[in-house]
Design a protein around this ligand. Sequence first.
Ligand SMILES: Cc1cc2nc3c(=O)[nH]c(=O)nc-3n(C[C@H](O)[C@H](O)[C@H](O)COP(=O)(O)O)c2cc1C
Length: 336
Amino acid sequence: MNLNTKWLGLGLKNPFVPSASPLSRNLDACKKLEDAGAGAIVMYSLFEEMIRAEEEGMTRFLHHQDTGHAEADSFLPNHQDFPGELDRYLEQVAALKATVDIPIVASLNGITASGWMAHAKEIADAGADALELNAYYIAGDVWEEGHYVEQRYVTLLKELREQIEIPINMKLSPFFSSVGNMVKKLESAGVAGVCLFNRFYQPDIDIEGLRLHHALTPTKPSDALLAMRWMAMLHGRVECSLGATGGVYGAEEAIKLLLAGADVVHMCHALLQHGPRRLEQVIKDTTEWMERQGFEQIGDFRGQFSQASIVDPSEYERLNYIRVIETYRSSEGVWR
Ligand SMILES: Cc1cc2nc3c(=O)[nH]c(=O)nc-3n(C[C@H](O)[C@H](O)[C@H](O)COP(=O)(O)O)c2cc1C
């Protein structure tokens, strides 16, 4: 059985890729993911805010040394003695590359095209095989028009493209008026792949304590259907790689996403919750399913259920909606 796959121009032994998560902070966990069969690993994100805070702190520190304590310079600690988030991140990229043989995709998370992005070059120099850019942007200004929001993504990508030559993957939100057109625009600006979809954790209200609270609500397998639809709608219509994230807990979700047209299937929460054996199981179950179906390689079935391949393309559009609503029946006896 051949599970080889291409993603972002990289050759992977299979399409199962742990997505950005704290697991990549731990070298031992990453080795275990590789041993369990991971095709590549996406690292946790380095945030724009952290880089900025560090740069501002450093500027203050150096300024203070220069102006306030010139005579005491030799007593002051050297700023290089305090490695910050960025240095730790670069060290982790290099350490991961030395620990595993599979591709390592670093991740930047930010929303403004400015100085902090220059550090992408250091990440590439540290050995990252590709870079994921997660622009977790909430368009909260009621006067900001949709096309400015879209342009923000394109500008970010172009800025990053100027800094590095390794492939760039963009993790996108599902909240665009036209997801497909957004992907096309990014493709024209040089994106190598898109990861669909970024999960926007929602703030919640504690109605007894009367305050906002923030908690991570885990995904569930049915969440994979959102990415599945868009894998299906985009497969064969865009040139860039398609990665699906959200709700993959077992082989069933993974197979559906591949059938829809995904190049890679990401897993995060399932691995955090169940460990590397879950990944092993998903690969084993997918392989057995392929055997049962008579498929020898991923290419034999990838995109078989894409919108372009099925008889009635409207199944992915309004027809699905109308069918679902028309066939719904409420539970027996509830309204008697
Ligand atoms: C604890 C935790 C940390 C995460 N950290 C990041 C991150 O640093 N950058 C990022 O782009 N996504 C991050 N994610 C999002 C995941 O990569 C993934 O896209 C999301 O959890 C949906 O996939 P899942 O259903 O497989 O969990 C994180 C998710 C979790 C649960």
